[in-house]
Write a protein that binds this ligand. Sequence first.
Ligand code: ADP
Length: 605
Amino acid sequence: MNEVKTPKKPLIFYYVIVMLVLMLLNFLVMPGMLQASIREVDYGTFMDMIDEKNIGEVEVESNQIIFTDKDNTQIYKTGPMFDPGLTERLHESGAIFAQEIVEQASPFVSFLFSWVLPIAIFVGLGQWMYKRTMNKMGGDSMMFGMGKSSAKVYVKSSAGIRFSDVAGEDEAKENLTEIVNYLHDPKQYEEIGASMPKGILLVGPPGTGKTMLAKAVAGEADVPFFSISGSEFVEMFVGMGASKVRDLFKQAKEKAPCIVFIDEIDAIGKKRDGQYGGNDEREQTLNQLLTEMDGFEGNTGVVILAATNRPESLDPALLRPGRFDRRVPVELPDLKGREEILKVHAKKVKVNSDVDFSVIARMASGASGAELANIVNEAALRAVRDGRKVVTQADLEESIEVVIAGYQKKNSILTDHEKKIVSYHEIGHALVAAKQTHSAPVQKITIIPRTSGALGYTMQVDEGNHYLMSKEEIENKIATFTGGRAAEEVAFGSITTGASNDIEQATKLARAMITRYGMSDDFDMVALETVTNQYLGGDASLACSAETQTEIDRQVVELVKKQHEKAIKILQDNRKKLDELAEYLYEKETITGEEFMKILDGTEA
Ligand code: ADP
């Protein structure tokens, strides 16, 4: 794309340098020029010249004596001495007492040199710089280039991103198609009196394609695309951000119809809390944005798209009708979406024809678009590393594991006994999962240590998309998390540190059941916790009294304990299979879900 960046010139430096040069000229060179023709001599020479009656004119001052020779060909200068008879001797020698031998530059000329000229040069240079910057920017400019919006302008280009490049996200695309239609043909909307929403907020987790969608809208509508990040508005000086906003809108209106995309709008759009000593610059910037959005009519052809991961933190004034009143969720892709995204990115690399993308998509559950793009790239890198020309299914599968758990550790540091424990631990998870009716089947189990620190892991695969989870399913999930530790207990009668991550996850789920999903007996449908960061990890903050917290903690422990006991029971009941599977995994190091199920079913039969 043809990207035009607006330059920022630190004009102040030019001004300072010019000033310094002029001052130096004034102080050093000019007096030197005037005095260049005067010869300095000692007092003896002066006395000799008097004796020789070789003095033309003389001027005796308190700090110097200036005189010429008889023919007035040279001006001399010497310092004064205590010489009482000097005046008489000079008179006798026929010298003429003069007033100003060295003609001082006339006051007018010196004024011209020391004041008018520097100012003239200064102003002239300023004008020149100003014009130059203006020509480059193609618009007006703030003094010293500050307060200029640094929005990047993507000029119309046929190489732009289109909707077809954004895989999945059908709802978001459908929503945005209306904007494209409007930018193509605003008349049909104006005729009926409808006005387009001025601002559209794209909300969703990182890497789901929000920026891509905004670019695709511009690409489809074939209009210029201004892109700026919210944080770029916030400057050191109060008021600079606001002037950047003004400037951005001015540019946008000139280029209308066009799309302005503000990424990470929460950087400026955070709720104004009104606390003393708040962030003045940010608030002023936000106020300016609000004013600008009110200021232009709905049908000027400027559509503002903004993206954020934290919609809950935005100021309500920003979300009211007439501003960002339309919200387009850009969620993590579902199974079909993941498959499509993989296919889009696989087009950029050479992929073997027998690659089954649905399997890969199934394995990469929960991955965002950006992660999927990364998976394809990792697979391509792996193929090159192995000296192959095409990407294979194995490359893609391995790269999912790389993205999830890091690279394989080459020189295993596990002792034999440790390896055995890890085998039991992983089989414990898988067995508990498989034995509970609602748990998803196992895709793969491995005990090859990874760079992320995982000594092994069990990859479970969701059969389809899950939008709702029943209480039993969550309980089963908790039991599966505890399955690893349970297996260690059942097989070895001792426990290890290997379960720390499982413990964390089980606790998180159990807590959510009680505080957020209303799945406890005592609290009914009371929200005891609120999610503060829906798209960024889902952190929650407690909203209850200390006594209730104690009760929650008690119930969380009870819940996890119950599931842990259930897991132990399952493993004890299937002790034979546990041993057999753990032995098999210990030897093979990696087994597939099918192998696992075969052994499980085989021994049962
Ligand atoms: P966001 O702005 O939501 O954080 P981006 O739009 O910057 O995410 O996406 C980052 C990268 O992820 C893109 O450059 C693209 O390669 C990939 N990506 C994300 N979502 C999709 C998608 N739906 N289709 C194709 N590629 C995607």
